[in-house]
Design a protein around this ligand. Structure first.
Ligand code: MN
Length: 256
């Protein structure tokens, strides 16, 4: 899997992201980026590289673009308050840590341990939401492309069976959390869910680890204004929004 390409596609790492020379990427160019280099006086991690300062990525579309499935006010609060808060608190949590210097967000999630609450919750929050905005972006195909559809049929029997299994993960996640479509280490698809802002990339934490290509936020803040307690209706509306062109691209890179 080409991790850099995967991160670029999720919008987590913009084409022009500038990172420290430590990980061998000099960046350059412009464009939205999920991160920028911190410019502190000292404060270096044990790797010798500075921790990356993460920034809130643009949605890339207006807050009302997903209405009526997801209303504009929910989108605005979710992006400009909730996601922004995760980014701010992630940067604060990384301050002065040892061992996270120069690491991109996916590497941070792979490394974080269960007791590092600030990085776990807010690093997960940043990654999860960045992926979420992409997979529900307006436009794109309404069904998976041939390769992904074939893999879904192989793993779940049919698209309908997959959709049911995914929705079931989302419905039965007690409290706040996420449901996911992922690839495992054998590049087989599976569905799972995680509590709070945990993520299947968290190898020290998640029940089942894998590379997520589709995720649904089932925190009440994602749907309560419009759907109140009707999580099932929100899940149905989400499935109609999925940009399968984007998910198919993520799948392709994850398979490569
Ligand atoms: Mn959320």
């Amino acid at each position: 899997m080409k991790k850099r390409e995967f991160l670029r596609l999720t919008g987590i790492m913009g084409a022009g992201m500038v990172v420290t020379p430590f990980i061998g990427c000099s960046g350059g160019g412009e464009g939205s980026s999920g991160a920028a280099v911190k410019n502190p006086a000292g404060d270096k991690a044990s790797t010798g590289a500075e921790v990356i300062t993460f920034t809130l990525p643009d949605l890339g579309y207006p807050y009302n673009a997903l209405a009526p499935n997801i209303d504009a006010m929910t989108m605005e609060i979710h992006h400009s308050k909730h996601h922004a808060g995760y980014v701010r608190k992630l940067n604060a949590a990384l301050e002065g840590t040892q061992g996270y210097g120069g690491l991109e967000i996916a590497d941070i999630l792979e490394k974080v341990t269960a007791d590092e609450n600030g990085i776990r919750n807010n690093g997960g929050g940043h990654f999860n939401h960045t992926l979420f905005w992409q997979v529900i972006s307006p436009g794109g195909a309404k069904a998976p492309d041939g390769d992904l559809m074939g893999a879904i049929q192989k793993s779940f029997g049919s698209y309908e069976s997959f959709a049911e299994a995914f929705a079931n993960e989302a419905k039965t996640r007690f409290g706040s959390g996420w449901a996911w479509l992922c690839l495992d280490e054998n590049k087989e698809l599976f569905v799972t869910s995680t509590p709070n802002q945990d993520n299947p990339l968290m190898t020290n934490i998640a029940d089942r680890t894998g590379l997520p290509v589709l995720g649904i936020d089932v925190w009440e803040h994602a749907y309560y204004l419009n759907y109140q307690n009707r999580r099932g209706d929100y899940i149905e509306a989400f499935m109609d929004l999925v940009n399968w062109t984007k998910v198919s691209e993520l799948y392709k890179v994850a398979m490569s």
